[in-house]
Design a protein around this ligand. Structure first.
Ligand code: G4P
Length: 525
């Protein structure tokens, strides 16, 4: 069912190290999609200072960032859904989770800086999930690294083969444009921040006698040599290698100057995968199945402290999602109806009557959802692939106002449902440990607990090295948990977790208990 709708949908995320140009590229895509008329309409979600108040302020300025969490635009007969990912490293987990809801990604690399730390981490997640990747090498108007060196760097650092689709003619101040390898056409560079479309010049390959007139004799000669080398090294692109995430097609351009984007977008809508099947704990779900299924990959708080409702983002995996129809929340085993679900058209929200596989729907939530929850028409399913990673920083939650214990309890439960941090509760004495990947989350938590729930608290550093989920022999685990009682806590799904104080203690536990496997993600459970 719904083959036509499915074949029209392309759901993807743009990922990059902060400052490589993700926001600029997103904006240019929306310009092409006709969803915005002028540049500058998409606000950056960059958090530059490490303070909760700035984070909240930025959130407000962005119109709660909900509007830009998902951006949908029509292009060449397709519906393109871009899922936004936070750039700040402290929110990396949010990005990993968003990657479970897309079918492909576009990776932006700054030609001056090359492969950076966060690019590497994000690509690890893509590789794990076998997500097809297109690479955009940005900022060609700046003096960057040699294109061959950049391609080698990508292959070596990101463990993926590359295939150049376009080739730059010079770079930096002398950037002349790109040669489109499969089309044998030229896209000549002009610096313009307001330009809307590129003009392509058909030529008869790099041997075309008019080439030197257009780019200069020396550049023409260099391009001929480069393209000969590229042909020899990279050969022809096999689309199956792209779809199986073994090879990444590469484009060169300048997002700021809206240059080189159109050819990438045209290729993207042609080759990027349509909504793909997804795995549940029970079985694989195909998008063409008649019955609706979907899962929550992101929860966004309403930043107006007077309203505690939230927005849960649902990815439709199969069938047709309909407004006002009852669906089963499989974890809570209850039926829920949504009277105002919405879809996202660039910077506006619209009430959705229906949504199809690949689409993302925003659902008002009063506390029913946590990340990873599944909705179906009745079947008991649980979508997989939303791992929790062991946090890096651990603190104990200390209540500063005993009169507000209830508010604190509710607040910490709800905020950790949003995926802002991990909560581990100890059986004895119910001590609560909060784990995050960055410092900023503690500030955000503290700020929001006080402003949204009226609860005052403090976070005290605790010497915990890693949180390890455990699987293995039941008796052995029982013994171990009894012996290490002080270091055992439970995650939100009631899975026992070993909070190892040091790497040495963890290694010793592993050596002493070969029948228990200690996992640094909850994925294996
Ligand atoms: P991000 O979302 O990946 O963090 O990056 P963003 O798009 O915000 O871009 C980071 C900076 O790089 C911005 O400059 C942006 O204008 C610039 N930039 C993006 N694409 C290009 C390009 O093709 N060429 C050049 N030369 N610069 C580019 P900024 O000074 O930080 O911000 P702004 O004041 O220009 O907005």
């Amino acid at each position: 069912m719904y083959e036509k709708e499915i074949s029209q949908r392309k759901t993807f995320a743009i990922i990059s190290h902060p400052d490589a140009g993700k926001t600029t590229l997103t904006e240019k895509f929306l310009l092409f999609g006709g969803q915005i008329q002028t540049a500058g309409a998409v606000k950056s979600n960059k958090i530059t200072k490490s303070a909760a108040s700035d984070f909240m302020e930025i959130g407000k300025q962005r119109g709660i960032s909900v509007a830009t969490s998902v951006m949908t635009f029509p292009y060449k007969g397709k519906w393109v859904n871009i899922l936004d990912t936070p750039g700040h490293k402290d929110f990396a987990e949010d990005t990993y989770r968003t990657l479970t809801a897309v079918d492909s990604v576009i990776l932006v690399i700054d030609c001056v800086k090359g492969v950076e730390e966060q690019t590497r981490r994000l690509m690890e997640v893509c590789r794990m999930r076998k997500t097809p990747v297109i690479v955009f090498i940005n900022k060609m108007d700046r003096d960057g690294k040699d294109p061959f060196d950049l391609l080698d760097e990508i292959e070596e650092n990101l463990s993926i083969s590359v295939h150049p689709m376009s080739w730059p003619i010079n770079g930096g101040r002398d950037f002349k444009g790109v040669y489109l390898i499969p089309d044998k056409s030229l896209n000549l560079f002009e610096s313009s921040k307001t330009k809307k479309a590129d003009e392509y010049i058909e030529i008869k390959g790099v041997e075309d006698p008019s080439l030197p007139n257009m780019v200069g004799e020396a550049n023409a000669e260099k391009l001929r040599e480069d393209v000969e080398l590229v042909d020899g090294v990279y050969g022809e692109l096999d689309l199956n290698d792209y779809l199986s995430a073994d090879v990444a097609p590469v484009f060169f351009g300048s997002a700021l100057n809206n240059f080189g984007i159109q050819e990438m977008l045209d290729t993207f809508v042609e080759v990027a995968p349509n909504p793909l099947p997804r795995i549940t704990a029970e079985r694989e779900v195909d998008p063409t199945e008649e019955k609706f299924t979907g899962f929550i990959f992101k929860i966004h708080a309403n930043l107006d402290p007077r309203h505690r409702d939230r927005i849960a983002f649902l990815r439709v995996c199969s069938g047709k999602f309909q407004r006002n129809k009852g669906y089963k929340h499989t974890r809570l085993e209850k039926s829920l109806k949504f009277s105002n679900p919405y879809t996202f058209l660039a910077d506006s929200k619209e009430v959705a009557e229906a949504a199809y596989p690949g689409d993302v729907v925003g659902l008002y939530d009063t506390g029913n959802f946590k990340i990873g929850d599944t909705l179906t028409e009745g079947e008991k399913l649980q979508f997989k692939g939303i791992p929790s990673f062991s946090p890096e920083i651990f603190r104990e939650l200390i209540n500063l106002d005993p009169m507000k214990s209830k508010q604190l309890e509710k607040g910490i439960q709800q905020l950790t449902d949003e995926g802002l941090a991990n909560l581990f509760v100890q059986e004895l004495g119910s001590r609560k440990f909060v784990g995050t990947v960055g410092e900023l989350q503690f500030e955000v938590l503290q700020y929001r607990l006080e402003h949204e729930y009226g609860a005052k608290c403090r976070f005290e550093p605790r010497a915990i090295h890693k949180a390890c989920w455990m699987t293995g022999d039941a008796n052995e685990m029982k013994e171990f948990m009894k012996y290490r009682q002080q270091n055992i806590a439970y995650d939100k799904a009631q899975n026992p977790v070993f909070l190892a104080e040091t790497a040495f203690i963890l290694r010793t536990a592993m050596d002493k208990h070969p029948d228990i496997t200690f996992h640094l993600t909850s994925e294996a459970l």
